[in-house]
Structure formats: structure tokens, C-alpha cells
Design a protein around this ligand. Structure first.
Ligand code: MG
Ligand code: MG
Length: 274
């Protein structure tokens, strides 16, 4: 398959380590997100935390990105740069975190609520996260990339949401962005077939309104064209024995926030030990 690097079981276990580091980092941040905190302060915490795990921040310097985390509040979709603006009650903040350990990358994202958020925004977060699992369910042996994209797109568009076209999920490994591209839209039965040993970063980026986006003059920040909120959730998933196996986990976030969830259980061959 053109350009797709299949991983051995040993490599996948190393990738699980990298995925757990980014998962723990988001879990650590979950307790720190509150009105008044700046995204730059959270970024500094993440830098130290990743270094303490004997890993390297995966985004810092990647394509010249200036920070450890991509921090994208409210109408920002992805690639927001941390700054000194304090988060406010009712905001949402999408945090994307990368780490490099043992030569392999982890890449993980979650959209957090800052205090109480509007019910319609809460629904956007819920549907976007559920669509991630719809995509993971479609990551099965002999299914195709179009099946995965269709699953996410269908789940979100039936709610009237916009599925971002220009930014996509990707293969993951010794480089952050490997083949194949994994769009969050597509046609069933189209695209490359999934094979055992593929590791993907699956990451729906879903807008409450139009799917259209624009970019700030900083050359990084992507935001919705209509100014409505956008959500982003990302897992790292390996295809093992024909089935999707989660390498990353939101359980550290859920532990910090006191959330009970069984959403990840179908995608684990072994129970998660936190
Ligand atoms: Mg990411
Ligand atoms: Mg990614």
C-alpha cells in the first residue's frame, strides 16, 4: 500500500507508551482548566509534564510550531497558539498534544468545557466525541478509509453540523503525520483497505455551523468561517487481529473530571490499568 508503514506488535507496544504519555498529559491538564487560567500557563505545565516522563513534546518545533500544545478556544478549530488570554466561564478549549518517546509519536486531543457551557455547545462536544467512536468502529480489517470517513460524516451531518474538509486524520508512527490521510468525510467502499498493523490518529474536527474555515494571519490558527464553536477529539488506534485497538485513553481526563464512561471498553483487548 503506497506509503503506509505497517507496524509490528513490538512497535505498537512502544506506540502505546507514547499514546499513554499524551493521555496522561491531557488528564493532568483537565484538573487545571478553569476560568482565569491562560493557555500559555497550561502549555508550560504540559511541557514540564512530558519532559518528566522522559519524552519530548511532539509539536514543539514541528513545522516550526512554537509551543507544546495546540490550544484552540471556541470558534478556533485547531492549531491555535497558546497566549496570555485567560479562559472564561462558558468557553470551550480544544487541546491537541503530541509527544515523542522511543522514536514514536503520540497525538491526542480533547475539547474541554471551562465551567458551565451552553447546552447546545455541550451537545456539539458529545456528538463530536461519539463520532470519533463511530469512526473507530469502522476501522476494521478490509474496510476502507471511505467507510471510516462516512461513519463520522454521517453521524455529525445528521445533527446539522459542519465536517471540516481541509484538515484530516493521519497515519502515525516514527513521524507525526504518515500516510494515509484519514478524512472525516467520505464514501463507503472507497479508498485504501485497512490492514493489520496500521496505526491511525483518528480526529474528527466538527463545527456547530458551516464546515468552512479560515486561517489567522499568524499562519497557524484555523477558525470557523461563521464564528460558531468547533470541537476536536483524537485517539490513536492500531488495527490488531482485524480489530481496532485503542492506544490512547480519555480515562485520565475522566478520572480528573469525575466522569464514568464505558465508551472505550469495546476497543481494548486488555483492561486499562491507570
Ligand atoms: Mg493531534
Ligand atoms: Mg493528529
Amino acid at each position: 500500500m503506497s506509503g503506509i508503514i505497517l507496524k509490528t506488535r513490538e512497535e505498537i507496544e512502544l506506540m502505546r507508551e507514547s499514546a499513554l504519555i499524551v493521555s496522561k498529559t491531557l488528564g493532568m491538564l483537565a484538573s487545571e482548566i478553569k476560568p482565569g487560567v491562560t493557555t500559555l500557563a497550561l502549555d508550560a505545565l504540559a511541557y514540564d509534564f512530558i519532559k518528566d516522563q522522559n519524552a519530548e513534546p511532539g509539536f514543539l518545533g514541528l513545522y516550526d510550531f512554537p509551543n507544546t500544545l495546540c490550544m484552540s478556544p471556541n470558534s478556533q478549530v485547531v492549531h491555535g497558539i497558546p497566549n496570555d488570554n485567560p479562559l472564561e466561564e462558558g468557553d470551550i478549549i480544544s487541546i491537541d498534544c503530541g509527544a515523542l518517546k522511543n522514536g514514536f509519536f503520540g497525538d491526542h486531543a480533547y475539547t474541554f468545557a471551562v465551567g458551565e457551557i451552553a447546552p447546545e455547545t455541550e451537545k456539539l462536544l458529545r456528538i463530536t466525541k461519539e463520532s470519533l467512536y463511530e469512526g473507530i468502529k469502522a476501522f476494521q480489517l478490509n474496510n476502507r478509509i471511505g467507510d471510516l470517513g462516512y461513519a463520522i460524516q454521517h453521524y455529525c451531518e445528521k445533527e446539522g453540523y459542519g465536517v471540516v474538509r481541509e484538515l484530516v486524520g493521519h497515519g502515525l508512527g516514527e513521524t507525526m503525520h504518515e500516510a494515509p490521510e484519514v478524512p472525516n468525510y467520505g464514501k463507503r467502499g472507497r479508498g485504501k483497505k485497512f490492514l493489520n498493523g496500521i496505526v491511525l490518529a483518528i480526529e474528527p474536527m466538527i463545527n456547530m455551523g458551516t464546515h468552512r474555515i479560515k486561517q489567522l494571519k499568524d499562519g497557524w490558527t484555523i477558525l470557523t468561517a461563521d464564528g460558531k464553536p468547533s470541537a476536536h477529539f483524537e485517539h490513536n488506534v492500531a488495527l490488531i487481529d482485524g480489530k481496532p485497538e485503542l492506544l490512547s485513553t480519555f480515562e485520565y481526563v475522566y478520572q480528573a473530571l469525575g466522569i464514568q464512561s464505558e465508551e472505550e471498553i469495546p476497543f481494548r483487548s486488555l483492561p486499562l490499568v491507570l
